[in-house]
Design a protein around this ligand. Structure first.
Ligand code: MN
Length: 323
């Protein structure tokens, strides 16, 4: 998915780790993706820019798209991040510039690693057979030592390990929960899991990580905090477990607090204003006569690519992980 905001403001985070357990309720803001789809954006949030290396969280649906355009995101670039596509319902067709065409389905993990640059397109697939779409689009920031060193790639994982704990069942997408580990590669210590609970459950955590939960189906109670479907509760660091009461479903996101300052603008992550300017200009120069060396070309999509919007008049500053 793409950040399609017409005037994407600079995303910033400041390095002030809340190295203690807290509970902060983060409400979503509604954002249009083009003209066809409205999503709820949880990260970056004005109070909280990142959770571990998770730096972007959109939650969408459940939407009935039988007579709607559904998801339609033309080719657009990414840099220095991984996209994680996770569906609860529906089916999405992914195409990228390293030649992958893949169906994104519920319960299967799809990770696209941009490295220095990649492009992709996403659209709803077979809306008659899959009239309801419900999912999350997540980005993971790549650390300095990996962001230009890893080659652009796309990985699909089905048969992810199931988690069965006392009162909770789910799927570990990335990292490890309760001794159950995902095969997916991450470049910083990270965790992501899709958890369902009927009554009350205690989920083991790693004390060095910070965590948040996105409530997919609710309301639920997370550490005494009531949270409705679509809301997020940030839990801070230093917990060896958290307690939640359903019935409900949530995405658990966590990781080692991200130590680096980043610049996040439109669909790019960089480390400086000048780097973002160069990425933008390089993308907007292609593919008609311009350079396609960094981002490549997405084949098979009907329609042209998205152009990066104008840069703001201000100088983009690298920021840390909180406000
Ligand atoms: Mn995208």
């Amino acid at each position: 998915m793409s950040n399609l905001e017409r005037d994407p403001h600079e995303q910033s985070c400041s390095a002030h780790p809340a190295l203690e357990p807290v509970v902060e309720l983060l409400e979503p803001r509604k954002v249009w993706l083009g003209r066809t789809q409205q999503v709820r954006r949880l990260l970056p949030h004005k109070e909280r820019r990142m959770v571990g290396a998770w730096c972007f969280v959109d939650h969408y649906g459940p939407d009935d798209i039988r007579d709607q355009p559904g998801m339609w995101v033309p080719p657009h670039p990414h840099s220095s991040l991984q996209t994680v596509s996770w569906l609860f319902e529906g089916e999405v067709l992914h195409r990228d510039s390293v030649g992958n065409e893949a169906l994104v389905r519920p319960g299967e993990l799809n990770i696209m690693t941009a490295g220095p640059g990649i492009a992709h397109a996403e659209e709803s697939h077979d809306q008659r057979a899959h009239p309801i779409v419900h999912g999350a689009q997540l980005w993971v920031a790549l650390p300095e030592d990996a962001r230009n060193a890893v080659a652009p790639r796309f990985d699909q994982y089905d048969g992810l390990p199931a988690l069965e704990l006392d009162g909770v069942r789910g799927t570990v997408m990335v990292g490890e929960v309760g001794g159950v580990g995902s095969p997916a590669a991450s470049y910083t210590p990270l965790v992501g899991a899709d958890l369902t609970v009927d009554g009350t459950a205690t989920v083991p955590l790693t004390g060095e990580y910070e965590y948040a939960v996105l409530v997919v189906d609710g309301p639920v109670t997370v550490e005494q905090q009531r949270a409705a479907g679509g809301e997020m509760a940030y839990l801070g660091c230093g917990r060896d477990s958290f307690r939640f009461t359903g019935p409900g479903r949530l995405l658990l996101l966590g990781g080692e607090p991200f130590a680096e300052e980043i610049v996040m603008w439109w669909n790019f992550i960089g480390r400086s204003h000048d780097e973002i300017v160069a990425l933008r200009n390089e993308w907007n120069a292609g593919p008609d006569g311009g350079s396609t060396e960094r981002f490549g070309v997405v084949h098979g999509f009907t329609g042209g690519p998205l152009r990066a919007p104008d840069l703001p008049n201000t100088h983009l500053k690298p920021r840390g992980r909180t406000r």
